[in-house]
Design a protein around this ligand. Structure first.
Ligand SMILES: [Zn+2]
Length: 491
């Protein structure tokens, strides 16, 4: 019996499917995520709020000191999350507008007028399915705020007195089963927006950006990444720091000498990640389109290839390549990728974006080139694409892409099988949306698309929470006074 058949039925709705099925169906993201992880350790795409690092560090320390068992410790953590969420919700004048608190959309379920049912909200499946410790624990360990034990203990860089001074009161409130609006409104200084001037926020700012500690080599990378973001927004305040950062470092002139200048090295790595990410995004979006066809209409891989071919312009590969936007002006990298990304999405533009990625092999050099290529030769990287187009130089784009669809289907199956595991009920489970029944492919649900985040969105949020970035009346992010001081100090 084929494995695909064994995963039919209830297992489809089982544990972990949502997380594991749609996220990396082609596994083309590793080259980018590896660089980003190295340059921005301790910040991930879900760590929106600076003060939540402090909250989690303090919560586990409190649990330890109170001698709570694991269940009770986790409940205490969730109670802290509930209270800070409600404080944010009731805070009348935020120091700065941040994104919503974790779980804030579900908060009204636990409000009766302005009375909050802390106890119910903190239960599993209350404000969240199982709390946000899973989001912040890894990042907190990475920056030394927590240890990697289970349950976590205070880490080597944690400053318990500072955490208590800033947020201790929050855990007094968290001990209540209900809190009324007046209590929550009076706790505005505990809000997510108030970390910048509080002892816990000052501590976090120090370990996250201000001081690169000896024995913590990651610190310097994160620090310089913050500097690059500050420089970007100093030159040009932007309502979209993610895009501003991406385009500032992906394109432009030479970045200095990575061998002698650490900032230049970090910038070179970001250039590699940002450029490579355009190709990653193109693969992901192309796969999503293919999956949509299979979702609407089950068919063979070959028929799917025909559909892709029909959606493309009937031009030759050589013509495709000469028709790409201009890539270089002397030594300056032109924003060709951004130009294609700004056009309406079509399968043709995805293919053009991939061809552009392959052409960049001729434009980049040194460390940037090396990081851009990555270490995995089989991850559909720019070299793989260059080989594909070189080999098919005399072919038409639709014909070449017809074969490509078949390759992608095979790859998606292989990736899914490599993630197979045995469920608690003893059945093999393959986390995939793709099914194959006697060669007829179908897809359940919708694949995720979009680039792998470079995490600058959450970094901007965290730095705003720490008072390093501010937002002007036009909604543009820029360095605060503190941010400008930091620039001078880090530069
Ligand atoms: Zn606030």
């Amino acid at each position: 019996m084929a494995v695909e058949q064994q995963v039919e039925g209830p297992a489809w709705t089982g544990f972990g499917l949502e997380e594991s099925a749609g996220r990396y169906p082609l596994r083309v993201e590793t080259a980018v995520s590896r660089i980003v992880d190295q340059l921005l350790p301790g910040v991930i795409t879900t760590t929106r709020h600076a003060r939540m690092y402090c909250l989690h560090a303090l919560a586990w320390a409190e649990a330890q000191e109170r001698g709570l068992d694991e269940q009770a410790a986790k409940e205490l953590v969730r109670r802290g999350e509930v209270v800070i969420c409600a404080v944010h919700h009731f805070h009348e004048r935020h120091r700065i507008e941040l994104s919503s608190a974790h779980g804030e959309d579900r908060l009204p379920r636990f409000l009766d007028g302005d009375r909050l049912d802390v106890r119910s909200a903190a239960q599993l499946g209350g404000l969240s399915e199982s709390g946000f410790a899973g989001v912040y624990q890894g990042p907190c360990v990475r920056i030394g705020a927590l240890s990697s034990q289970t349950p976590p203990r205070l880490g080597p860089r944690a400053d318990l007195p500072a955490l208590r001074e800033g947020l201790g009161e929050l855990f007094d409130l968290a001990g209540h089963d209900t809190l009324d609006g007046d209590q929550l409104r009076a706790a505005g200084h505990l809000c997510l927006c108030e970390a910048a001037d509080a002892a816990d926020g000052r501590w976090l700012r120090r370990i996250l950006v201000e001081d690169a500690e000896e024995g913590w080599p990651d610190d310097r990378n994160r620090q310089l990444t913050c500097l690059l973001l500050l420089d970007t927004l100093h030159d040009q305040a932007s309502p979209d720091p993610v895009r501003a950062f991406r385009e500032r470092w992906a394109f432009g002139g030479p970045l200095g000498n990575p061998a002698s200048d650490q900032r230049a090295m970090v910038a070179a790595m970001w250039r590699a990640a940002a450029l490579r990410n355009y190709s990653v995004g193109a693969w992901r979006a192309l796969w999503r389109w293919l999956a949509q066809q299979l979702n609407m209409n089950p068919m063979t891989a070959e028929d799917l290839g025909d559909q892709l071919a029909e959606s493309l312009d009937d031009i030759g590969v050589a013509e495709l390549i000469t028709g790409l936007p201009a890539r270089m002006d002397g030594e300056v990298i032109l924003p060709a990728e951004a130009q294609i990304a700004d056009d309406d999405w079509t399968t043709m533009n995805a293919i053009r974006q991939l061809a552009l990625g392959a052409a960049r092999l001729n434009d980049l050099e040194g460390e940037t080139l090396k990081a851009f290529i990555g270490t995995d030769r089989t991850d559909l990287g720019p070299r793989w694409v260059a080989d594909l187009f070189d080999g098919g130089h005399d072919r038409m784009v639709p014909g070449l892409s017809r074969d490509l669809a078949v390759v992608l289907v095979r790859r998606a199956k292989r990736v899914a099988l490599s993630k197979m595991y045995i469920t608690r009920s003893g059945r093999p489970f393959v986390p995939t949306r793709l099914r194959d029944r006697d060669g007829i492919l179908s897809v359940w649900g919708e694949e995720g698309a979009g680039d792998v985040a470079l995490r600058t969105g959450t970094l901007s949020g965290v730095l705003a929470g720490l008072g390093v970035l501010t937002v002007d009346d036009a909604g543009r992010y820029l360095p605060s006074e503190l941010g400008e001081e930091l620039r001078a100090h880090l530069g």
